[in-house]
Design a protein around this ligand. Structure first.
Ligand SMILES: Cc1ncc(COP(=O)(O)O)c(C=O)c1O
Length: 492
């Protein structure tokens, strides 16, 4: 159970918060946390008057009825503690900004320490959906990966010595930064010094580390919408403000760097771009990426480039941001390489201070990757022409089929052809919410991913590479389903 701690010079106050849903209808303590954070950051916006916790060591608080100042007023006294009553429903509706785990920003003088109230992760709709259906479905058109590989397939790519190393290595911890030879293989591929490479357990762990380190009171992060849910779920759970730039179909899914820049201010800690983008397959041009890099470098904002679908392209090829000195790259073997089971991800970071922080974070989170996964990963990376070639070949071929399919079904489906990656983000031209549509498709053996998993309910995600050679048959079945679906939609 999360425990809150408020330490004043005279006294410690503690409270327990089981979780938002089981909180009493009237809550006081969380806003108090927020207001302290606001006070410390000179943020007058959230200020309001309320009952006051006495700081003279007396237990309890002033019982006067809480009142709200009509006009926000600045906090006069740093560290002054205010409480305002508010209803649990406001909290549940996400209308209140809660700083869960205030850090050094709150207490530079060590007199006042606050520790988080309740850290909640929103439901992971995509993974819940995939976990429910993808293990038994006939045609998986929801996955964002490519054709699958067995351990045998990967070992067959290695020389005799490496196979021997794999079969005889000790099942021990690996190094927190990652096995030396794996880091070397990645450094070679990414054309960076080996010290710049930090291995992590999937790009997912990189995201946890980055958001964790960005979580300061009052800070915000800038993210794509739609986007991979983890991008927003993590910072929201840490009390960071999330700001979104839109990847709109009206704009051909183009990511607009000016929109991103307009969202940034002095409290922006991190800007995340994902190219090729999940779920739309849109990409960011090299020039635009460089402009964003210069913008963030000037302002001391961390630019994170999620490149898990690089280098699978269906139009202009773009370069990895690893070449940019102030960018942080996150990548993995799950998507373009399609060996998600090894759970290997990595970060490219040119800043030594940040690298030290990642090393520490991952030593706490997972200590190291698995030794088996690291050796298989190294083989795949050294043989990347073959492994990436297979994903590129399957996705190019299947995308051509999908283009024809979409042209044939333009009366029911709209889409924008992806420029990279292995997913498209079509929509029903009727404008309906796509979840019932995706639900009905499962009954015909077709798995799609509902757009609400990406906060965009009028779309669905269609992965075109994972089905591999089965894709033509999958499209036949999908076509038959579309016919029956649109027949149902026509009024009798
Ligand atoms: C854009 C993006 N980033 C990161 C990840 C995390 O993948 P993993 O943890 O398998 O590397 C995913 C997974 O779907 C993703 O789509």
């Amino acid at each position: 159970m999360p425990v809150g701690l408020l330490r004043t010079p005279n006294k410690d106050y503690r409270w327990k918060v089981p979780c938002c849903r089981s909180l009493p209808e009237e809550i006081e303590i969380l806003l108090m946390v927020r207001l302290i954070a606001a006070a410390d950051h000179g943020d007058t916006e959230a200020c309001g008057a309320g009952s006051r916790l006495r700081q003279n060591g007396q237990k309890g608080r002033d019982r006067r009825k809480p009142r709200c100042s009509a006009k926000p007023q600045p906090f006069a006294e740093k560290g002054m503690v205010y409480i305002k009553r508010f209803r649990r429903s406001i909290l549940l509706a996400g209308k209140l900004k809660i700083i869960h785990a205030p850090t050094r920003g709150i207490n530079t003088n060590k007199q006042l320490l606050l520790r988080g109230a309740c850290m909640q992760l929103k439901p992971f709709l995509l993974d819940a959906w995939l976990d429910q259906y993808e293990h038994d479905i006939e045609f998986n058109l929801a996955a964002s990966t490519g054709p699958t590989w067995t351990v045998n397939d990967i070992l067959a790519l290695a020389d005799e010595e490496t196979r021997h190393r794999f079969l005889n290595h000790n099942l021990v911890y690996s190094r927190p930064a990652g096995a030396d030879s794996l880091r070397e293989a990645i450094a070679q591929m990414q054309r960076v010094p080996v010290e710049a490479v930090q291995i992590v357990t999937g790009a997912s762990e990189a995201l946890v580390a980055l958001m964790w380190l960005a979580a300061e009171p009052g800070a915000n992060v800038i993210l794509p919408l739609p986007g991979f849910t983890t991008f927003s779920a993590l910072p929201e759970s840490l009390g960071l403000e999330t700001r979104f730039y839109r990847v709109r179909r009206e704009n051909g899914f183009r990511i607009d760097p000016d929109e991103i820049k307009r969202l940034a201010d002095s409290k922006t800690k991190l800007i995340l771009v994902n190219s090729p983008h999940n779920p739309t397959g849109t990409t960011i041009g090299d020039g635009e990426m460089e402009a964003l890099h210069n913008f963030t470098a000037e302002r001391g904002i961390q630019l994170v480039s999620d490149e898990v679908y690089h280098p699978i392209y269906h139009g202009r090829q773009t370069k990895s941001a690893a070449r940019l000195p102030h960018a942080t790259v996150i990548a993995d073997l799950s998507k373009a390489f399609s060996i998600a089971g090894v759970r290997t991800g990595w970060m490219i970071e040119h800043d030594a201070r940040r690298r030290q922080q990642y090393w520490t974070a991952r030593a706490y989170f997972s200590i190291s990757n698995t030794t088996t996964g690291e050796i298989l990963s190294e083989i795949a990376i050294r043989k990347r022409d073959v492994v990436l070639g297979r994903t590129q070949e399957a996705s190019t071929r299947n995308l051509q089929l999908l283009e024809r399919f979409m042209a044939d079904h333009g009366d029911v489906l709209g889409w924008i052809r992806p420029q990279g990656g292995m997913t498209a983000f079509p929509w029903l031209v009727s404008g309906e919410n796509d979840r019932p549509f995706c639900q009905a498709a499962t009954g015909r053996g077709i798995l799609l991913a509902p757009g609400d998993c990406f906060d965009t309910p009028s779309h669905f995600r269609l992965g075109f590479a994972a089905a591999g050679d089965k894709f033509p048959r999958a499209l036949d079945r999908f076509g038959a389903f579309l016919k029956s679906w649109s027949a149902k939609m026509v009024p009798a």
